[in-house]
Design a protein around this ligand. Structure first.
Ligand SMILES: Nc1nc2c(ncn2[C@@H]2O[C@H](COP(=O)(O)OP(=O)(O)OP(=O)(O)O)[C@@H](O)[C@H]2O)c(=O)[nH]1
Ligand SMILES: [Mg+2]
Length: 270
């Protein structure tokens, strides 16, 4: 593997074997909310345009497919419908993924990204709302919809363009993640497109030991105030009809971490 790899700053060590994959799948597919809670665990995917928010939903579905068959239940990429404008949800067992428009696309819209995020987190914006044209006269116009409050936010970052994000945008991101911390508590960062960081496929299993990735986590942690322990990576790129075991484990490992943390706090409030 060479000198590009180091165990020293490695934040996660998921076992890269079938047994772990099976354990992650079993946990997520059979997950039930603790007693006293019903409905779904609502996970919001939030990030900049083209970060891979929509693609990661396909990755979660594919990773949980019994045979790891690639599932494209949501249009992404070259598809003309790929740009997400509406608030959409996708259910997978007891999990519900909330897909949003890229927040930097919203900077010039009627509602500030901060206000929009707050309203989504509180469960005030109906599913199907076009977020770019969203124009509430006053927030009370949108009461909280039962079952729509968000339990956890996954901030999605494109690892290949992250270094080019301006300081100004990062400051705005800090505000957004602070709001997420106040309202729902649980947030993770998921970096996408890791396979484009110059890492050979045979080394994907050691991705968390890859120094250029560790440096990116370091940098992100310094500019956002988020802990490196809550940063993960996935790759939403597949060749062919199946997703590799390593990519499945990486995606489910990030998801499982989030669900376990949310579950822990739900148990405390049951
Ligand atoms: N190579 C690679 N490409 C990816 C990955 N994730 C997403 N992409 C590509 O990046 C582009 C944007 O992905 P989307 O999932 O549509 O991004 P989004 O964040 O939903 O974008 P908006 O809805 O427009 O805000 C598409 O061309 C995807 O195929 C990844 O992990 N690796
Ligand atoms: Mg999208």
């Amino acid at each position: 593997m060479g000198s590009d790899y180091s165990k020293d700053n490695c934040v996660h060590k998921p076992p890269m074997d079938e047994r772990n994959l099976q354990g992650l799948k079993d946990y997520l597919i059979n997950y039930n909310l603790p007693d006293g809670h019903e409905g779904y665990i609502n996970i919001l995917l939030y990030g900049m345009v083209a970060a891979g928010k929509t693609s990661i939903i396909n990755t979660f579905f594919s990773a949980l497919d019994p045979d790891g068959r690639t599932v494209t239940c949501v249009p992404t990429g070259m598809d003309p419908n790929s740009l997400t404008l509406e608030l959409k949800t996708y259910k997978l067992a007891k999990l519900k993924f909330w897909d949003t428009a890229g927040w930097n696309a919203m900077l010039k819209s009627h509602v500030k990204p901060k206000e929009l995020l707050r309203m989504i987190l509180e469960g005030r914006i109906p599913i199907g709302t076009n977020l770019q044209n969203f124009k509430p006269t006053f927030p009370e116009e949108y009461p909280v919809i039962p079952g729509n409050a968000i339990h956890g936010v996954a901030f999605i970052f494109d690892m290949t363009t992250m270094d080019n994000i301006s300081g100004n945008i990062m400051l705005r991101f800090q505000e957004l993640q602070t709001i997420a911390a106040q309202i729902c508590g649980h947030r993770v960062v998921i970096g996408t497109k890791f396979e484009k960081l110059g890492i050979n496929e045979k080394n994907h299993a050691w991705i968390y030991e890859y120094k250029p990735l560790q440096q990116k986590f370091e940098q992100l942690s310094a500019s956002t105030g988020l802990n490196k322990q809550c940063m993960f990576v996935v790759s939403n790129q597949w060749n062919g009809e199946h997703i590799t075991m390593i990519k499945r484990i990486l995606a489910l490992y990030a998801l499982e971490n989030m669900i376990r943390n949310i579950d822990r706090s739900l148990k405390m409030t049951a």
